[in-house]
Design a protein around this ligand. Structure first.
Ligand code: GLN
Length: 312
């Protein structure tokens, strides 16, 4: 196990060299903006709980956060309403179905099961305390910035692209409403959810999100305490169960770290108490997870000997 600075630097470099150009997958295209992002971009980064930064590749390239935003809104909802209510109203089970599945919702009487699939994420947005739509959005953006960096901001281009094509998510919001699982106006929740997916982040900021979760809620770059440490085990449990959708089980089996992906090509994993490991590259597998990012994050974790289930 090589956990010193040189070891981390070497692991990150090796992961990028081995997998930064790996073949396979294709950009998401159901959101027009994502289809146009250059497929050869790739980056990998580690931010440690002490604020050490290690990175390789296109680390400053800003890409759409997409589903990784679900982790930030879950964090805010947990702060607002507590762990019991989130478990009761949203859930903590893997759905075993694609991230935008309507069938998953129908099979469980309108309970979304996980805050990390679209239905659960839209319901989570509706649980956040807010007097109106703008306050709901500002509080969620503020949480993304606290967990990552003040440079995280909405992209009008991504947002327009998503708002003009998010009919499926609007249908999910109305189904949640019909089932009694929606806690604000459904179109407000869908609008704010769509905006939260449309912020731009870079791979370093994504690793910072992982590091903040790893460091008991203290952002190691700003040194601000932004989350209650009691909620973090629940966030990590949700990530372990559903962070990579129908690949979450394979990921747990192979890598053994809580993680979350987005269809923008980002992926972040958490080594509790130690570091965040993030990677980015647009081409996705069938489940919607970046092919290269999975390989790069898995490689860094394996080289450093981090797997929560390891007894070695
Ligand atoms: N905005 C995307 C959607 O709602 C996010 C999906 C994802 O990253 N898996 O479909």
């Amino acid at each position: 196990m090589k956990r010193d600075e040189d070891g981390i630097r070497q692991a990150v470099k090796q992961a990028y060299t081995l997998y930064g150009k790996a073949e396979g997958g294709k950009n998401a295209d159901y959101i027009p903006y994502l289809a146009g992002v250059p497929s050869d971009l790739a980056a990998v980064a580690v931010v440690t709980h002490e604020g050490g930064i290690f990175a390789q590749g296109d680390v400053h390239y800003r890409f759409a956060i997409e589903s990784i935003s679900k982790v930030c809104s879950l964090a805010l909802a947990l702060e607002d309403v507590g762990t019991q209510k989130v478990q009761e109203k949203i859930g903590a089970e893997p759905t075993g179905l694609p991230f935008n599945s309507v069938i998953a919702l129908e099979l469980h009487e309108g309970k979304p099961l996980s805050p990390l699939v679209n239905a659960g994420a839209i319901a989570t947005v509706s649980l956040v305390k807010a007097k109106n739509r703008e306050e709901r959005w500002q509080r969620i953006l503020d949480m993304q910035q606290k967990l990552m960096s003040m440079d995280v901001a909405l992209s009008e281009d991504v947002n327009d692209s998503e708002q003009n094509t998010n009919f499926h998510n609007r249908a999910i919001a109305w189904l949640l409403y019909a089932a009694g699982s929606m806690y604000c106006d459904p179109m407000e929740a869908c609008d704010v959810y769509t905006r939260q997916c449309s912020t731009l982040v870079n791979t370093l900021e994504l690793a910072t999100l992982g590091a903040t979760l790893a460091a008991r809620g203290v952002n190691p770059l700003t040194l601000k305490h932004v989350l209650s440490s009691e909620n973090i085990s629940c966030i990590l449990a949700e990530m372990m169960m559903e962070g990579l959708y129908v690949r979450s089980g394979d990921w747990a089996y192979m890598v053994g770290l809580p993680a979350k992906s987005g269809v923008g090509g980002g992926l972040v994993a958490v080594v509790p108490g130690v570091m965040g490991i993030a990677a980015f590259s647009p081409p996705l597998d069938e489940a919607g997870n970046s092919v290269r990012a999975q390989k790069m994050v898995a490689s860094v974790a394996a080289q450093l000997g981090y797997n929560l289930f390891s007894v070695a």
